[in-house]
Design a protein around this ligand. Structure first.
Ligand SMILES: Cc1ncc(COP(=O)(O)O)c(C=O)c1O
Length: 438
């Protein structure tokens, strides 16, 4: 048994997962770097599975939180009114919702991604009086009851069985198939076996499912159909939200307003637990206390969340920097893909949730190990673990981003042969020619 890991191996449940790929003990973290107990430094492209969009110990959020604590301000407030919650609501309204023309009430649910999804479906079922919910192939919505029943992965769902979910193909799952049109036909046909659902729940970009990007047309068509039939459109932005796709919301690119939006992970600014359900005002039909929970008042999260909104989302500068980083990632991944056509199918994803799809998930698993030996923490996604998934902090320095990309390129070269060179202007042209799987 590895001595530094023996405590975990002897006493922690076998349910643990991420740590198995990265068998060290992490100790400190700052911006885009993690440090282990032995003093080795790693570039972090895992980013708390999307909870650390603003980097570890983000200096602005950390300072705000430390000042807040030093003043003996309230830390835990259930759903009592608190000054820091008010500041967050006002900042979110002013910086995120108003400029985009969105109208939502904010419900602070229990702080995980799975809880906010649970709350959204519970509300849709309550309002409509219907049970059925439409979810999509390769969806990931969390590991508790209802969220788990919406999740596509058989591996994850095997722990419990759940009904009342109609599974439809996500955009692009069956090439050439318009699954919104298919859903319309099902709903029009009393013998289709598909009951009118309370809600359609989707990710605007599927993170765990393989970096699948829903097209603008598909998102708009789904919005139209759900509005036409009185079905709640719930967009789970737990992973794709808070800037991950290059804009605050992943669905913004389609110019739609969903009925409900689920936020968690990076909304807490500093990796602090917090979740918010955005509810169209007409659908806010909860009775007081009907969707309760103890941990809905994490004031440290409100403070950090307010600080990062003020700091990064007030003007377009941050989004412009995101576009440049998105392009850098795309160009580098294109060069790697071109160097290994026998192994790599293409690039997937958008913004700073992009990746490389391999033919064989085993290659990705080997690559993750090789990257880790060279001090890069990066994970996989997709049904077969076939997609190497890059989730750098949105605030990452371009030089560090480049370093991480070089580690991947060099690791591919060592494992699979042919050289992938650092990105040049010529790559940008080649990039346009490469088959890019959305
Ligand atoms: C889109 C999406 N929804 C929900 C969840 C569940 O979040 P949590 O693990 O905080 O319950 C995740 C987690 O990865 C996710 O990616």
């Amino acid at each position: 048994m590895n001595a530094p890991l023996s405590t975990f191996e002897q006493h922690e449940s076998s349910a643990r997962s991420y740590c198995r790929d990265f068998p060290v003990v992490f100790d400190r973290a700052r911006d885009s770097h993690l440090h282990d107990e032995q003093g080795r430094r790693y570039i972090d492209f895992l980013c708390g599975a999307g909870a650390m969009n603003y980097g570890h110990n983000n200096e602005h959020a950390k300072r705000a939180v430390l000042e807040y604590m030093a003043a003996d301000s309230i830390m835990m407030s259930l759903d009592l009114h608190s000054a820091s919650k008010r500041a967050f609501i006002e900042a979110f309204q002013e910086i995120v919702l108003a400029p985009r023309g969105y109208q939502y009430r904010l419900q602070f649910t229990s702080p995980t991604g799975t809880s906010v999804v649970e709350s959204s479906v519970k509300l849709a079922r309550k309002i409509t009086g219907r049970q059925n919910v439409v979810a999509f192939t390769n969806a990931y919505h969390g590991m508790s009851g209802v969220s788990l029943s919406l999740t596509g992965s058989r591996h994850h769902r095997q722990a419990v069985a759940h009904g009342a979910v109609t599974r439809m193909p996500y955009d692009g799952y069956v090439p050439g198939l318009d699954s919104v049109d298919l859903l319309r036909r099902y709903l029009d046909d009393a013998s289709s076996g598909v009951d009118l659902p309370a809600a359609v729940v989707l990710e605007s970009v599927q993170g765990e499912g393989g970096l699948n990007v829903a097209s603008v047309e598909w998102l708009r068509a789904l919005r139209e159909l759900t509005r036409e039939r009185g079905i709640a459109m719930i967009v789970d932005e737990v992973q794709a939200g808070c800037g991950r796709t290059g804009r605050f919301f992943g669905f913004e690119r389609a110019g739609i307003q969903p009925d409900m939006v689920c936020l968690s992970k990076s909304i807490g600014g500093l990796g602090l637990p917090m979740a918010v359900l955005l509810i169209h005002p007409e659908l806010d039909k909860w009775r007081p206390g009907e969707d309760n929970g103890t941990f809905r008042g994490n004031n440290l999260a409100f403070v950090a969340a307010t600080e990062v909104l003020q700091r990064y989302w007030r003007d377009g500068e941050f989004e412009q920097a995101l576009r440049e980083k998105e392009q850098l990632v795309r160009t580098s991944l294109a060069a790697i893909a071109q160097a290994h056509p026998q192994r790599i199918v293409g690039i997937r994803g958008i913004g700073l949730m992009q990746g490389l799809e391999f033919r064989d998930g085993e290659d990705v698993s080997t690559l993750i190990g090789e990257c880790f030996r060279h001090q890069l923490v990066v994970e996989c996604c997709g049904a077969r673990g076939q997609v190497l998934k890059l989730m750098p902090a949105l605030t990452i320095e371009p030089a560090v981003l480049r370093q991480g990309l070089e580690i991947i390129a060099d690791a591919c070269q060592r494992l699979f042969g042919h050289a992938a060179h650092a990105p040049t202007d010529a790559d940008a042209d080649a990039d346009a020619e490469l088959a890019v799987a959305p």
